[in-house]
Design a protein around this ligand. Sequence first.
Ligand SMILES: Cc1cc2nc3c(=O)[nH]c(=O)nc-3n(C[C@H](O)[C@H](O)[C@H](O)COP(=O)(O)OP(=O)(O)OC[C@H]3O[C@@H](n4cnc5c(N)ncnc54)[C@H](O)[C@@H]3O)c2cc1C
Length: 424
Amino acid sequence: MFATNPTDALVAGAGPVGLTAALTLAQRGLSIELLDEEPRPAAQSYALALHPGSLEILDHIHLLGDVLRCGHPVRRIAFYNSTGRVGELSLDQFSADYPSVVVIGQDTLERLLVEKLRHLGTQVLWNHRLSAIDQHEQNVTTAVDELDVSGGGYATYTTDWAIERSFCHDTSYVIGADGHNSCLRRALGIDNPEVAPPQLYAIFEFATGENLDDEVRIILGDDFTDVIWPLGENRCRWSFQLHDNQWGDDSRNKQRLAVFIGGSAYPHLTLDDLRKLSHDRAPWFDGWIGELRWAVMVRFEQRLAERFGTGRCWLAGDAAHLAAPVGVQSMNVGLSEAHELATRIAHAIRDRRPPAVLDGYNTERLSQWRKLLCLDGNPVALDSAPDWVRGHERQILSALPASGQLLSRMLLELGIAEQSMQPV
Ligand SMILES: Cc1cc2nc3c(=O)[nH]c(=O)nc-3n(C[C@H](O)[C@H](O)[C@H](O)COP(=O)(O)OP(=O)(O)OC[C@H]3O[C@@H](n4cnc5c(N)ncnc54)[C@H](O)[C@@H]3O)c2cc1C
């Protein structure tokens, strides 16, 4: 096994979180190795909206202009139940600088980040997998496999992975932004328990005559939270929360053709499924439903790692947490983790401080996620809360496209206090 030149940091995973970490490090003049086991960036718009807090980060890394040019601004959050519209929140009351959420495909965001990195002279090493780490006092030795990938087959799509060659890479810090099955997390022996039951969602992107303008619509049911995102040009994404007994196990579902994303198979959905769900959940939706561009059924697990890392090895994004999709919190909080972690690492290297200065990252981020996932208590409606809020406080907390102080302010505006003293 041969060795490459040592770097200040190795970032494993070139999803939105790893790319943001790498760009933050590169802009601070650090030497980095950025690798991803896949042959290319995401080809779909999985997580599709950027919180106001993410826009601020993108501003810091000089990408906001490009994102605003490619994205679609949302300035209002509207709340519905089965009878129709019940309330709304205007985003411009919370920030003069970042008064919107921007809808942008994850694929577009990743492309913009890759281009920006390329301008700084950093290329993603696609087809390269972090396979092992050995942490020492002064550095970390990592083992990286270069993969040779070939796809084929016709009844179902199959991908064969072969290790072309392996090499050692010495680095001062490792950032594991390597997604839900994180190699770094497993190598550090960090447990990643489920903290709430998984949520099943049917996601449809389609053309519509409904005028969604510049608002996102959150639909609150007794046992579901749905969301409609405007995509611009008369298109939208509607995500419906389903229940296993409703769809998960019936024989028709088992026979549905699979959609392959990365290495995983997801059941296929049809226009009839969309029409039935929209009719049942939102009879007030009177726009026509046209061409179905993309539809998939996804199970979103809810997990939180026991730690965000240790010493010179740290996690960010889905590698450390998974959450329900409506508020797009896992990716957006992941972006802020990436930016913060990279900034802390840059300071530690510049000021020659020991890795222990990063420990605060672990405590603060764990505490933030415990609040987001309501692990220490449920949010409660204040006396000022309108009737439609009562009984839906927890759903609203996880559906709002915000985190941190902005999330607390939005909740208060709706008459919700973030946490009761009662443990759940
Ligand atoms: C079909 C689908 C629909 C989704 N819809 C939504 C939604 O509506 N709302 C929402 O909030 N979220 C949604 N998500 C989730 C969202 O995509 C993730 O939260 C987001 O991608 C997390 O970003 P990340 O950079 O942390 O991880 P990822 O995007 O998973 O990136 C991790 C990267 O690490 C690479 N990698 C993994 N292991 C290694 C290794 N050992 N070495 C090198 N590289 C490695 C992977 O190839 C990948 O590119 C959806 C996901 C899917 C699959």
